[in-house]
Design a protein around this ligand. Structure first.
Ligand SMILES: *[C@@H]1O[C@H](CO)[C@@H](O)[C@H](O)[C@H]1NC(C)=O
Ligand SMILES: *[C@@H]1O[C@H](CO)[C@@H](O)[C@H](O)[C@H]1NC(C)=O
Ligand SMILES: *[C@@H]1O[C@H](CO)[C@@H](O)[C@H](O)[C@H]1NC(C)=O
Length: 488
């Protein structure tokens, strides 16, 4: 594996150079990544009382599990007390791998349920994301304090502190909500700290940690076929297969020309090929994950405009790559984004670290039941872990860490009470969540985290029923908490 060492050195040298350049535009990789890891679409604001909405900070321990570690940091959160009456519950929307914004404390279904119960609304920011920075940078030493157990302990301290300091809140019931990774968090919080949360809504929660998450691209393909049609699916499959075949037959220069790849792209280097095809599949995943009515259909129309399969697919991809004179899609380029350990708007370094250290969830081309080809094996992502975060991240280490995550949280059998699980049928992430219809609600034809808006005439019957079910569950959870009723 000497090429690996050489590559690591090369990458390190490259990172030094890029650290010197000040502000830079987001790369293609960063833009796609941001689309896949954005804040769940914030609801339309309904609140009229902006004065009640505040960005605040709470002191947290750097290491919640080491008594002798005394360093602390300021975690950001947003609060809205416009409905609060003493003795009422807390409604906490939990932040995941994104920057928090006011959407979830000023509108949407969770806000309306909080209003019904005179609840105190909060939105917490996850350590290392947004502006919640526990350390001065994220170098390999400092990033060690980023993991879900630390983040759940931050949330536990947050709830204890609010109960202790807000008038009439010492026995406050707590309703949590989260989307995507933060839905995973609310489920696991309920498991580790059952006395600190009364109930929770987990929308689109992946619960089973898995290194090779090949099912993700299978569901992505199924959703394209279902919504965009068979011809679109086939064209994507054939167009990508033709690109692979050109590379395999020493005609890679033709693909480089069609996709306007920069000269640095080495068509004989596996890591460059894997990076390119991984990125192409992620662009399609972004379309599916964020789908609203008409979105997949529009992309498919664009793809079907091309004369041939390959030109149809390439024509669409070029609209997504942007307007640079050439497109920088090498392995070295994707690694460079993640070698930068300063806190900026890029969240790739943090999230990929969490995948290497806790979850896996690499969305590979291992399955033949998906249209994105064969060229993004799990080794691409495992190589990244080692190249970015150090030799400690061997394959064996990653496999063991992922197993430990399932051991601790129970995977698809979290064994928690009072958690309402919802998924969108089109959402590729649902393959790592609870699919049993008696334990979770799968809303037909919706994508990832699309159920947070207020109940509206635009909801399908199933979407409306799911939102009403959550509202009813909260009534039951809050009414049936005998300890808090005694305290009144
Ligand atoms: C706990 O914190 C102390 C003080 O910072 C440090 O010396 C020690 O190495 C830490 N222990 C662990 C297990 O991280
Ligand atoms: C679905 O969940 C119910 C209730 O937990 C259980 O009885 C049933 O066996 C599950 N079905 C499947 C297919 O796992
Ligand atoms: C409902 O759909 C219409 C038309 O697409 C849109 O203009 C409106 O904003 C939507 N309303 C809500 C509450 O989402």
């Amino acid at each position: 594996m000497s090429w690996t060492r050489g590559l690591t050195l090369l990458v390190a040298a490259f990172a030094l150079v890029s650290a010197v350049t000040a502000t830079k535009d987001a790369t293609i990789f960063e833009r796609t990544f941001r689309q896949l890891h954005q804040e769940p679409p914030p609801p339309e604001p309904e609140s009229q009382s902006r004065a009640n909405i505040e960005y605040l900070e709470i002191e947290q321990k750097l290491d919640n599990f080491n008594e002798s570690e005394t360093r602390t940091w300021q975690m950001r959160y947003i609060s809205n007390d416009e409905f609060y009456q003493e003795g009422s519950p807390f409604f906490i929307f939990v932040g995941g791998e994104w920057e928090i914004s006011t959407g979830y404390v000023t509108g949407g279904h969770f806000y309306n349920v909080a209003k019904e119960h005179n609840g105190y609304l909060f939105y917490t920011e996850h350590r290392y994301y947004g502006k919640s920075w526990p350390t001065s940078n994220m170098d390999n030493e400092n990033i060690r304090y980023l993991d879900v157990r630390q983040a759940l302990a931050d949330l536990a301290h947050f709830i204890e502190h609010m109960r202790a300091t807000i008038p009439g809140a010492s026995n406050a019931k707590v309703i949590l909500a989260g989307g995507s990774y933060s839905a995973t968090m609310v489920t696991w919080f309920k498991k580790l700290y059952p006395n600190l949360a009364t109930g929770a809504w987990a929308s689109s929660a992946p619960l089973f940690a898995k290194v090779n998450f090949y099912e993700y691209k299978e569901v992505t393909g199924q959703s394209i076929r279902l919504v965009g049609g068979e011809a679109c699916y086939n064209r994507i499959e054939n167009g990508i297969a033709e690109m692979e075949s050109l590379f395999a037959n020493k005609r890679g220069a033709e693909v480089k020309a069609i996709l306007k790849l920069c000269d640095a792209f080495d068509e004989y280097n596996d890591l460059d090929l894997w990076t390119l095809f991984s990125e192409i599949s992620d662009i399609f995943a972004g379309v599916v994950q964020t789908h609203n009515t008409g979105q997949i259909e529009r992309v498919c129309s664009k793809i079907m405009e091309g004369e041939t399969d390959i030109s149809g697919v390439a024509g669409y991809l070029l609209t997504q790559f942007g307007s640079a004179t050439c497109n920088q899609l090498t392995y070295k380029a994707i690694i460079a984004s993640m070698m930068d350990s300063t806190f900026d708007n890029n969240i790739m370094r943090q999230w990929i670290y969490q995948t290497c250290n806790e979850f896996g969830w690499y969305q590979t081309s291992t399955s033949s039941q998906q249209p994105f080809g064969t060229k993004f094996p799990v080794y691409l992502y495992l190589q990244m872990c080692e190249d970015i975060y150090g030799e400690r991240f061997s394959i064996e280490y990653i496999v063991n860490q992922v197993a430990a995550t399932n051991e601790l949280f129970g995977g698809l059998e979290p064994n928690v009470e009072n958690v309402y699980f919802t998924h969108g049928q089109l959402d590729p992430w649902r393959a790592m969540g609870i699919q049993n219809a008696t334990e979770a609600t799968i809303v037909p034809l919706y994508a990832h985290c699309k159920d947070f808006g207020a109940i509206s005439g635009n909801d399908s019957a199933e979407m409306r029923a799911s939102k009403e079910k959550f509202a009813q569950l909260v009534r039951e959870w809050i009414g049936s908490d005998s300890v808090a009723n005694e305290a009144k």
